[in-house]
Structures are given as C-alpha cells and as structure tokens.
Design a protein around this ligand. Sequence first.
Ligand code: AMP
Length: 547
Amino acid sequence: MLGLMQNQPLLISSLIDFAERHHGDGEIVSRRVEGDIHRYAWRDVARRARQVANGLDAWQLGFGDRVATLAWNGYRHLELYFGVSGSGRVLHTINPRLHPEQIAWIANHAEDQVLCFDLSFLPLVQAVHAKCPTVKHWVALCDADKLPADSGIPGLQSYETWLADKPGTYQWPVFDENTASSMCYTSGTTGNPKAALYSHRSTTLHAYAAALPDVMGISARDAILPVVPMFHVNAWGIPYSAALTGAKLVFPGPAMDGKSIYELIEAEKVSYAAGVPTVWQMLLMHMKPAGLKFSTLKRTVIGGSACPPAMINAFREDYGVEVLHAWGMTEMSPLGTLCTLKNKHLDLPKEEQMKILLKQGRAIYGVDMKIVGANGEDLPFDGKTAGDLLVRGPWVVREYFKGEGGAPLVRDAQGVEWFPTGDVATIDADGFMQITDRSKDVIKSGGEWISSIDIENIAVAHPAVAMAACIGVFHPKWDERPIVVVVKKPNAEVSREELLKFYEGKTAKWQIPDDVVFVDAIPLGATGKMLKTRLREQLKDYRLPGL
Ligand code: AMP
C-alpha cells in the first residue's frame, strides 16, 4: 500500500520560489569585483533567476545543457545557481585557480554551451576561448558600461544587457527530481579530472540536512558569510540552505584577504562564516596584531582540510567564536560529518571537549559511513582502529560524469555498495570520525588539490629525470605543499633551480613544487608502483627551505 501524501519532486526551483514567498525581503549583500557593495533581497534573486531562465530559453539551450561559470561568490552567481538549474540546465562551476589548459579541458569535457565569467577572469577567458569550441555564448558578469570594448571574445555580452529585455516571469518546469542540476570537477588521483554530477534531489536533501542544528545550524536569524567559493562544491551547499531557511547571505567577491573579510563581518553583522583553514589563518593574522574583536560572529565552519588545534583555540578562547570542524568531499555534495558535542559532553572539562572538537565529527543522517581493513572487513568503532573510510547516501556520488574513471563503488560482504573516500580514519563509540591519513595520492594545499601525477609527469618530461615522485609536506600556512623527489638519469645533470623553472607555464604557479629533493632511488612495490608511504617515512625529517 502506498502512502497518500502529495508526491512533489524535490526541485531547486522550489527553493527559490519558497525564498521569494516566505522571506522575500531577506538581504543578499555582495562585494562586487568593482569593489563596491551591492545589496538586494531574495525576491530580487528570484526575479532575476527567472530572467536567466528566459535568457537561456531565448538561446534555445536544451534541457540538460551545461552552463559554466568562472566566478567569485556574488549575487549574479547566485542568480545563475537558481536560473540555470531551475530551468532544467546544468550549472557547471569551474575552479578558476586551475591552469588554463585544465580549464579548457574541463569546459570541453563538460561540453559547456555558455560560459559566464567575472571580469577578473577576462585574461583567463581570452587565453582559453579559442580552445572551447562547444561554448556558443560568452557572458561577462558585469554592467553594460563595464564590458571591455575589444576583448577578442566573439559575441561577448554583458550579463545585464543579456537580462535587460528578459521577462521576470517564468513557469519553472516540473521534472524528475533525479535530473542533473549542477556539476563540479575534482582532481583525479589518476588521469584527468572527474566530475560529480549532482541532482535536484541530492541538492535539496543536502540543503535540508546542512541546515540541521548539529550540522551547519543555518537559520533565518543568521547572516552567513560563505568564504568557501561557490566554485567549490556549491559553497558547501550554503546558497541552497540559505534559500530554504531565509538566512541573510553576505558574499565576499574576490576580496578574501584578512582585512576585507574582517570588515565585511563587522559591517554586515555576520553571525556565521564558513571556509577552509587558510582563510581563517589570514583573518586571525590580521586581527591579532591590531587587537581587533568580533562584535557579531558566533560560529564558523572550518573544513576542506584538517583544522589546526591552535585555530580552534584562538577562535574559542580569544574571540568567543564556536568552531565547527567539517569534513566532506566533492563526491559528497560535500557534507559528510560535522563536529558538535553531545549532551553528555557538556560538563566535560574544556581540554576534554577540545579533544573531541578536533575530530572531523559525526555523520549526518543521509551519510552512512564505516571503516574497513585491507580485505574489506568491517573495523570496530573504537576510536583506535584506523581503516579506509567508506560512505553511502543519497547525496554521495554513484558514478562520475560520462562514466569517467570506471565504477567508483565497492561492494561489501552483504552486497551493499559504498564509495571509498580515499581517507583513512578512526570512528569512536560515539560515532566521531577522525581522519588519520590519506590513501589517495593527491596533495591539498590551501584547500585546493594538486595532482601528484601531473607534477610527476612534468618532471619526467625533463631530459635529465629518470623517475619522480611528488609528495605533500607540512606547511604552516597552506597545510601541505608539494615537493618532488627525483632520480636523475645516469650521467645527466639538472639543478633544483633548473627543474623548478621547467615547471613554469606547464602548470598553475601555485601548483609548482616548493622544492626538489634528489635521491638515488625511489622505493618501489612488487608491481613497480612507487611506494609513497615508504618515501614519506624516509623523508619524515625533511623540512621545507626557510621553515
Ligand atoms: P574536496 O573534494 O576538494 O572537497 O576534498 C575532499 C577531501 O579533502 C577529503 O577526502 C579529505 O581528504 C580532505 N578533507 C576535507 N575536509 C577535511 C577535514 N576537515 N580534515 C581533513 N581532511 C579533510
């Protein structure tokens, strides 16, 4: 017997409809690329999202066609979030920090038809547009009078000109909630980037879950500053959860230095902020010497990389701000765990509470997780035994876009399919997960991935290099930085400086290794694979130059 409740598909358009009807005057504040502050309300987002939908219809873009963005956090990006997905197209947020070659590759792979970009990325678009044959429409996210006269980009038009004659009314289409809504590429551990393709259902369920009190605790009383970029897994879903709850949104635009972030928090009475540890490090470095305090900030979600204990302490003790440590992945929309105390922990001494708060946290309903040993056997939740962390749930990836990278799921002894995260973790009896290591071969620097394979491939393209292994080493600001360990060919010569210079132009500047370490041999496993764990062990006393 089926239940007799209304069967409405969970669609992203319903979030913006709801926001308009129930908290239409809720504020959205953005620092624009131009430097000024723009403010309007959820009802304006809704109207302009409908104009976007009309604009895409006018171009006769098909259902499921991809619309790409190269944009900071701001109100026009927010309108695209709802207008593109709401009308049945797929929003493809591209990470502008990637090398132009990677961006062109990604745009081609996604077969983007439209590319909307902030003017800060004009040089980047000028560099790649000729290599993106699928893109038919180029839109600069600016006013008509800011459009550069001779950009060299065919048919480039300003966002405001594009929208100007489009009606603010639109009937959102109703379709299967499993339809694709947006996509985000992540660095592959082998080969090319792979895209997680989110659905309307996964996005709306994630938006509900993210707003829960033990998750991000988002409410209509909050003014939220998502410093986490909208090109990083949809700013952790905050734009959708804010629409659902009526929270005020404050967007930092391109200004993510400590001073700008602090000023925005104070000026807009931000109660809540979210970002990777590097951003908060810059904020604290700005505040401490100047003796600044927060007037309104109560909570901050820190994730994407492990949160250093000193940072949790500084926020809690010096500024009275609660830190929520979060863990997730592009493949998980992204939220998996958040670290909040349970009732039984409230009377514990501060140091005991800190030990818990440093963990990555407890699973959110919607994300089931477990740890397994080398043979796939379940490991106990004892807080001591570490194993490969597996997850499953309605906002966890089943397959990558275009079936790239084969079948990503593993089947356990009961026949249940799980997504292996590539993280190694313990889970304690209270369900708190703690990451202890990473089995995937990538480096995360300042919250951004660096593919070790790419770094190694460039090194071995040098005529003097026989073998190269790229590993991450600790860095106080960026968490990790890459170094490349090199075996030279017999009788060949190359210096550290020459090899580092060889990287220039072949990868994004920030992905170039910080150092080269020459060795006689790199440890290899039985199948000839480089044993990075052994190599890391050999170099455990290594320190980056200057640290
Ligand atoms: P991404 O797909 O870029 O969001 O990266 C996901 C990966 O970042 C995870 O699989 C972890 O390796 C790492 N990560 C994310 N959050 C944390 C955290 N709080 N602590 C440690 N590592 C994290």
